[in-house]
Design a protein around this ligand. Structure first.
Ligand code: PEP
Ligand code: MN
Length: 337
């Protein structure tokens, strides 16, 4: 349930409500809004205490939350969440671009691509060090060595970095190197991992599972939030359908749907969404037009020799072309780039 405080209620009244929530063994989740403060109450059967909180000073109303995703949803928070990553704002008017190769393959490969995406104007650098591959015999990433290369590229380019963590046991180690933790489609419902990330102090880039509904995705975000971390970026990356012409079917409609249901920023990944490099540009345009707050795009300095996802990777030249055309599309939907 949520405790809605009166407009301008003083901090002592808010603190008294929070103290009582703690005393009853629930967890409080205050959202200090511009207009008023709303305090979420997390726990089982909080509804039994609905009336109890109505008697507290400064409380305007106490309401049950009807949506199953209590804190990822718009019921508790109307205002869009914005997330700060090393001075960069995610979820604001400006479209944010994450780019880089699918995998960190070597220092030379990564540095070359990192410099190229920076030159083209990307904001955040991506690179997988733990790769979830369909076959156990495929390249599975350089692990910690890959993260070290990622950190080196961050140092040189000044760009924040994101990499996937596949297991709760990776979180502490990856925390030393990355600015955002990526949860891949295959791990969207790895609840141990989600809870571990909920206790981390960095934003989580949460990709939609290939067979997950929008509600499943929001419930996965809820797992992270329930442990205290509210900085989550959601990402539509394509779902499985009967269609075989594309690797996945990028669910463009999920973008406005999620934004209607949730205050969290929503990105799109046109690379995994389509599976072909030539689909990346049109899908990027479609997603920005549909309201995406940002894009995650795979770029490789030589896609033909990439150890993973070469067919869907843009060359630096094609990435530059995409980036040069993006401002026009962004402007058409009152966004900037
Ligand atoms: C990736 O970003 O390289 C990746 C493996 O993506 P997904 O989890 O969406 O398949
Ligand atoms: Mn990939």
């Amino acid at each position: 349930m949520i405790v809605i405080m009166q407009q301008g209620s003083p901090r002592v009244e808010i603190d008294a409500v929070i103290e009582e929530i703690d005393r009853l063994g629930f967890r409080s989740h205050p959202i200090y809004g511009v207009e008023r403060t709303v305090v979420g109450v997390i726990g089982d059967n909080t509804r039994d205490h609905l009336e109890h909180f109505e008697h507290f000073d400064g409380v305007e109303r106490v309401l049950p939350i009807l949506q199953p995703y209590k804190f990822a949803g718009r019921e508790v928070q109307q205002e869009k969440t914005t997330i700060q990553v090393n001075g960069l704002t995610i979820g604001g008017p400006r479209i944010v671009c994450i780019a880089g190769p699918c995998s960190v393959e070597s220092r030379e490969q990564f540095m070359t691509t990192a410099r190229a995406v920076k030159d083209a104007g990307a904001d955040i650098l991506r690179g997988g060090a733990f790769k979830p591959r369909t076959s156990p015999y495929s390249f599975k990433g350089l692990k910690e060595e890959g993260l070290r290369i990622l950190a080196e590229a961050k140092q040189e380019t000044g760009m924040p970095v994101v990499a996937e963590v596949m297991d709760a046991r990776h979180v502490e180690m990856a925390d030393q190197y990355v600015d955002l933790f990526q949860v891949g489609a295959r791990n969207m419902q790895n609840f141990t991992l989600l809870e571990e990330l909920g206790r981390a102090n960095k934003p989580v880039f949460l990709k939609r599972g290939m067979s997950a509904t929008v509600e499943d995705l929001l419930m996965a975000a809820e797992y992270v939030i329930s442990e205290g971390n509210r900085n989550i970026v959601l990402c539509e990356r394509g779902i499985r359908t009967f269609e075989t012409a594309t690797r996945n079917t990028l669910d463009v409609s999920a973008i406005p749907v999620i934004k209607r249901l949730s205050h969290l920023p929503v990105f799109a990944d046109p690379s995994h969404g389509g599976g072909h490099w030539w689909l990346v540009e049109p899908l990027s345009f479609a997603c920005v037009a549909a309201g995406a707050d940002g894009l995650m795009v795979e770029v490789h300095h030589n896609p033909r020799v990439a150890l993973s996802d070469g067919p869907q990777s843009l060359t630096p030249k094609n990435f530059q072309k995409l980036m040069s055309r993006l401002p026009e599309i962004a402007a058409a939907v009152d966004r900037s780039r």
